[in-house]
Design a protein around this ligand. Sequence first.
Ligand SMILES: [Zn+2]
Length: 335
Amino acid sequence: MRRSQAIFAAVAASIAFAGFVGCRAEVEARAAGWDRLPPEAGIRMLAYTSEFVKIVPRDSGTLGAAKASKWLAQEIRRMGLEPRADTWTENTPFGPKTFCNIYVDIPGDTPSVVLFGSHYDTKAGIGEGFQGANDGGSSTGVLLALAEHLAERKPRLRHTVRFAFFDGEECFGDTYRDNDGLHGSRRMAAQFVRDRVEMPLVAAIVLDMVGDRDLKLEIPRNVTPWLARIALEEGAARPEAADASLASAIIIDDHLPFILGRFSAIDLIDFEYGSGPGRHDYWHTMEDSIDKISPDSLYKSGALALAMLARIEAGAGPPPEQQQPRPAAARNGAR
Ligand SMILES: [Zn+2]
C-alpha cells in the first residue's frame, strides 16, 4: 500500500468508526428510558383495544376468533416483529374445539423469558355483538402497545420478552374444569415445562380486565410472592403506574397454569367492574363495551407491567431458596 492509499484508508476507517459510534449512540439514546411509556401510549392502547373489539364474536373456535388471531398477527408483523401461531384441537365438555395462541418473542441476551400474557377470547353466549372490551380487549390492547414500544425503543435486555395472546381463557360451561377454560395458558405453560432447560421462564405477568375507568388493580392471593412484592413496590413508587393492592381472594385466570407448572406468575386484574361499588354488572354482560374503557387506566396498567420488567431486568427474582437448580446439561445445551 502506498502512502496516499494508507492515508485514504485511515480516513475512510475513521469515518466508518465515527459512523459506527454515531449509530451506536443513536441506538442507546433511543433505548434510554425504555422502562417508561411515552404520554401518548394510553391513546395507542385505546386505539388497539377499540379496533380489536370490533372483531366479534371472539369465542374460541368461531370464525370471529380466527379473524381476531389473524388481526393480532398482522399488527405484530406491522411492528417489524415475527408473530407465531400455535393452533390445536382439544376435547371440552362441549365437544372438540380448536384454539389458537398468538405470541411473539423479542430476543434478549439470554434465552430466559419474561412473559406478558393476555387472553383475547370472549365468553360465549353473552349476546350478539358482545365486545368483551375490558374482559379480553383491554389487556390485549395494552400488550400490543407494550410490544410496539419495545420494538421501537430496542433496549438491550437480558431476558427474552414474550407477548402471549391466549385463546380459550373463558370456560364454555358455568365453571372452570380440567378440560374447560384456561386452554391457551395451559398449553403454553406445558410448553415451558417441556422446554424448562432450553427456555427457562423467569416470570409470567398476566393482565386481565385492566381498562375500567374506575381502575382498582388487584393482585389475587394465588400468585408468586416476589412478583406481588415488586408489583406493589413499583405501583407505589411510580406515579405513572397503577397502584395495585392485594386482593383478599384467589382468582382463576391465565396465571394459574404457570403457578401449577411451578413457575413464578402473577395476575394483575380489576375484577370490580360495574355501575357501582361491589356490583359486577358489566362483567360478562353486553355492558362490557368500549365506552367503559379509559386510556388512562390502560396506560397505568401497562406502565406497571413495564416497570415490573425493568425490576426483573435489574435483578429482581425469587429468593435463593426458591430458585430451581438448573440441570448441569442445561448450561451447555442452552443456545
Ligand atoms: Zn371473562
